[in-house]
Design a protein around this ligand. Sequence first.
Ligand code: PLP
Length: 388
Amino acid sequence: MIDESIFPGPGAVGIAPQTASAVVDLGAFSRNLTRLREHVGSTPVMVVVKADGYGHGMINCSRAARQAGADWLGAATPTEALQLRESGDQGRLLCWLYGPDEDLEPVVAADIDIAAHSAEQISMITAAAGAVERTARVHLKIDTGLSRNGAAADRWPELCAIAAEAEQAGAVRIAGIWSHFAAADEPGHPSIARQQEAFSAALTSAEEFGLSPEVRHLANSAAGLTLPDTHYDLVRLGIACYGIEPAPGLAAGVGVDLEPVMTLRAQLAAVKPIAAGEGVSYGHTWTADTDTVVGLVPLGYGDGIPVAASNRAEVQVGGRRAPIRGRVCMDQFVVDLGPGATEAMGDEVIIFSGRDRGPTAEDWADVCGTIGYEIVTRIGVRVPREYR
Ligand SMILES: Cc1ncc(COP(=O)(O)O)c(C=O)c1O
């Protein structure tokens, strides 16, 4: 059933749900989270719902996450975090990515924890805290080797000193210290041990400045599954909750069964025979070598279907796999139903799902040279989400 209050309906989204939709199985999402929580034991978990819940719908996933025991929610941007508050979420919530000109007052006022990695960011947060007359909850981020955001090791003591001063002044509470892995999804990668050491050193140094965070956190899904030493006080779980392996076999290897959450499906919008020698789609990058029957799927790169899937990925029709033929277009692509196929317009196509229902998002990622994260997250705003 579509939640009309969250998702306004086909008029606004551009494709009628009977024609194509992303069916989101919130039961599977909850079961994944329950299994992941069992796996990490007593350590609290943050469920990461940024980027519209990795394309699955941020609000509905956040509600399912809370019901299944998420202690924290994680958003990338302050705007996402504010949307979560507006939806009624009142639990612990962290956001971590913002620019120098953003207004953080509403974020502090809404009791949203916010990350900081520089003196400038502490100043922004302190100013916002003063304006709304609240103590801001801050998570200091150390760059342990990802070279994205986070304070470099040589700037860390200075950041701790500034943060400790702001804490003593009552402007901020250093609620967390954290970092993020570069390659936790590659067991044995040399960066893992180096990042753990750097994180441990940063914690010791912060302690010397009198900082005593409530939560120290480093682990993502991959580390949550395979690196118990990195769990500290909180594990940040994203992709695994959505039923996608951070890397092939990682969850399965530790006995955690993940169920795919999103099924992307459509109805065939046209079916027709083509003769041997006929070219298909823009540029005729595929030509039929025998007489066959092709079907038209009404989704394209405007909806997040990668052009890289052209002539590579497969869909499921009538219980069998049908390969994409020719180039994926903005709104549609063509599949080869095979000689003598009896499908008709309106028959169902599973673009990806899982298990015995068709290819998985990981299968698509594999043939497109990308990651499962991207396959689900890029499903566009025209595609209605239906919640089961
Ligand atoms: C800072 C941070 N923590 C945690 C996560 C969750 O990672 P994953 O989806 O691999 O579990 C992400 C996602 O990219 C992230 O950016």
